[in-house]
Design a protein around this ligand. Structure first.
Ligand SMILES: [Zn+2]
Ligand SMILES: [Zn+2]
Length: 327
């Protein structure tokens, strides 16, 4: 099969003909219909995330059809559509797994990072970690829900019942969560790169009541802010924009350093927290909610062999919405 492969010491993926993956007894083998391109893929290719298993097939926003079911798997069938997320495996017995916090597992497997992912024609996945998803929707539209949507949703729940929410960085995740927030009757303020007028127009078209550069302050204090952009400098900026008792949620898996800031900006019980990975319960809550809210993803399509171009466009901030690869 064809796949895009990351090798030791290279910053580009190579389009290769590789052996199809073998389906283990507790796995399913999947013919991939679409795979989203997430910013985390960029952090892996750019070596900002350490120790990927090389050679590696990246990609953790996979939508496809099952073509083979391992002999110990129950409840999944050939032909069924499934989604494969970032959390590919957990140990099931560490402190965190036993406490219902499998997103923090001490010995996890991550799709497209420590396990091969979806920049390919086929993949295998542990059957217990795939989500059964809508069989008739457009697979390209569904792919960004698998990480931008899912981990974005976890960040969104961490923002609590905030009525007025700020999203710093209005990319794939924010454009999905903005639709859910609006559907729930909340207000979204979008902060883009200063001067990114197209991004601000896109945010307004997606339901934001206010959109401006991240160097601007909102006219009313925010109840909570979620930082989707990988810029640590946005943490003190967002803290200044939230009201007393407000919370700043850092949604990214990787972020540049946070500059020092006056304690007065944190004072009055403001909080900063990070969100790591996802649990399967997040998926069980999120996918039905996204369907009820009628979430429509905005996507740019790339052929599998053009994955490097998709990553480049994401790096340069040239995309509104999400990039998706189709094998
Ligand atoms: Zn564990
Ligand atoms: Zn991701």
């Amino acid at each position: 099969m064809h796949a895009m492969v990351l090798h030791e010491g290279t910053a580009k993926l190579r389009y290769e003909d590789v052996a199809p993956p073998t389906c283990g007894p507790e796995q399913v083998r999947i013919a991939i219909e679409a795979c989203g391109v997430c910013r985390t893929d960029l952090h892996i290719v750019d070596a900002e995330l350490k120790d990927p298993v090389l050679p590696l097939i990246p990609g953790h926003e996979i939508v496809g059809r099952i073509v083979q079911v391992g002999r110990d798997v129950d409840g999944l069938a050939v032909g069924q559509r499934v989604g494969v997320p970032w959390l590919g495996r957990t140990c099931g017995h560490c402190y965190y797994c036993e406490a219902g916090r499998e997103n923090l597992c001490d010995a996890p497997g991550f799709t497209g990072y420590t396990l091969n992912g979806g920049y390919a024609e086929e993949c295998v996945a542990d059957a217990g970690y795939v989500f059964a998803i809508s069989g008739d929707a457009d697979p390209v539209g569904l792919a960004p829900l698998l990480c931008a949507g899912l981990i974005g949703y976890r960040s969104y729940t961490m923002a609590g019942d905030a009525q007025r929410l700020g999203f710093y960085g209005f990319g794939a995740a924010a454009h999905i969560l903005a639709q859910i927030a609006v559907w729930q009757g909340r207000e979204v303020c979008a902060f883009t790169k200063p001067g990114d007028n197209a991004g601000q127009d896109f945010a307004r078209a997606t339901g934001a009541i206010w959109a401006a550069g991240s160097n601007e302050a909102p006219d009313t204090a925010l109840d909570a802010a979620i930082i989707f952009a990988p810029l640590g400098a946005l943490v003190p900026t967002a803290l200044k924009a939230v009201r007393k008792g407000g919370r700043v949620v850092c949604a990214g898996i990787h972020m540049s350093d946070i500059p020092s800031f006056p304690y007065a900006d944190l004072w009055h019980e403001r909080q900063i927290m990070s969100v790591a990975n996802l649990t399967r319960q997040d998926g069980e809550a999120f996918f039905p909610l996204a369907e009820k809210a009628g979430v429509q993803t905005h996507t740019t399509l790339y052929a599998l062999k053009d994955a490097n171009r998709a990553l480049d466009d994401l790096r340069k901030g040239h995309l509104n919405g999400a990039a998706v690869l189709v094998p």
